[in-house]
Design a protein around this ligand. Structure first.
Ligand SMILES: [Zn+2]
Length: 389
């Protein structure tokens, strides 16, 4: 007797090379059968996915979910899980000083599966609230140092390594944000000692690339804003027309490109330029925080829909949201696929036809003719959202 069967849907599971009608059976939290037809008589519960697409649960590798630990974080169980993101990675909301609180009170208690890039800075992303010196109210003013002399004072190598080594099940790497390149140099050294991967924001390019290796991740791939530290548009492109050649070399040696949409880091213009040049994202992620959850990001399916609109095939969009992020986090085989034996994390969605406005961080609106709308979510074999409810 199966615990659950999902019938009638089109299974898109890039890890298995499947994009066709398949039924799936689940027992004790795992996928136990994938077949053309599975009889519902032997199942405790059935989800009828007719007319829908069934994929592994989405894995959003850039989020801020240290809810009630850092002010900018959102609640993953309210925003991520119901939208199909069964696994997320927090991208540096906490550092060695506040990670353990995040783990105990959020990671260990949430239904959403949470991994984390721990911030190289001890405080993570803690902000001054309403600081009078913050003239740009769109952004939180983080307690940090951009200066190469002061920045190392915000890092405690010994404590960072000890937290990282003590929480290998949760911590998947170290996050370097945009605060100065000296910290990236320090991040590289600590990541080598750990050892672990680095998630770096797309700043100080192309100079920053020399610190990144195979398996490291550049997030905010398609931003087009000026870095407040060096006053340059320092992402993939400075002029919006040409892409730094070093980016192609980095991609060739296995550095991964991640979307990290956020409030300031996804523009139609740079994304279209990059895709045209063959720089599709390896991983699609949201960079969800309180400043963008009510738009323009909203959630993972909206972000995925933007890449469908840019011309990526549905299978590629699903790959960049399931098996590719699983591989990027070192979780292949158990997550990001629905092969027999894998964890039964499932997203089921409709492709809504019509005209759907999708907006980038500059307010540029495109009308998409397809929108991914998640109707059902299964996490670890348990139905956490159902169209039937
Ligand atoms: Zn972020």
């Amino acid at each position: 007797m199966y615990d659950l069967i999902i019938t009638g849907g089109t299974l898109v599971d890039p890890a298995q090379g499947i994009s066709e009608k398949k039924d799936i059976a689940v027992s004790r939290g795992k996928v136990v059968e994938v077949a053309e037809s599975i009889s519902s008589s032997g199942a405790k519960r059935e989800i009828d996915a007719s007319g829908k697409i069934v994929t592994p649960g989405f894995i959003d590798i850039h989020t801020h979910v240290a809810h009630d630990i850092t002010k900018l974080s959102i609640d993953p169980d309210a925003v991520c899980l119901p939208n199909g993101a069964t696994t997320v990675a927090d991208a540096g909301s906490t550092g060695e000083l506040n990670f353990m609180g995040f783990k105990r009170y959020v990671v260990d208690r949430c239904q959403t599966r949470i991994t984390a890039f721990v911030n190289v800075e001890s405080l993570g992303m803690v902000e001054f609230n309403d600081s009078p010196s913050n003239t740009d109210q769109r952004w939180p003013m983080l307690i940090t140092a951009v200066d190469d002399v002061l920045a190392p004072l915000f890092v405690n190598r010994k404590n960072l390594l000890s937290v990282l080594r003590g929480s290998r099940g949760t911590i998947v790497g170290i996050k370097w944000a945009h605060h100065g390149i000296k910290l990236l140099e320090i991040t590289r050294q600590i990541a080598d000692e750990a050892p672990c991967r680095v998630m770096a924001e797309n700043h100080f390019m192309p100079e920053a690339l020399k610190y990144l290796r195979k398996g490291d991740i550049i997030t905010h791939a398609y931003h087009f804003h000026t870095n407040r530290v060096n006053n340059r548009r320092d992402g993939l492109t400075e002029d919006g027309k040409t892409i730094h050649p070093e980016i192609f070399q980095a991609k060739k040696r296995g550095v991964l490109l991640d979307v990290g949409h956020g409030k300031g880091s996804f523009t139609w213009r740079v994304a279209a330029l990059a895709l045209e040049a063959g720089l599709e994202p390896d991983t699609i992620s949201t960079d969800l925080w309180i400043g963008n959850v009510d738009g323009p990001v909203f959630n993972m399916p909206t972000t995925m829909s933007k890449f469908l609109h840019l011309g990526m095939a549905l299978e590629r969009v699903v790959e960049a949201s399931t098996s590719a992020p699983a591989a990027a986090l070192g979780l292949s085989g158990t997550l990001g696929t629905l092969e027999v034996g894998a964890t039964a994390d499932v997203a089921i969605f409709k492709l809504l036809e019509g005209r759907h406005p999708l907006v980038d961080v500059l307010g540029v609106k495109k009308m998409a003719d397809r929108l991914i709308a998640v109707t059902d979510v299964v996490k670890g074999g348990k139905v956490v959202k159902s169209a039937a409810d």
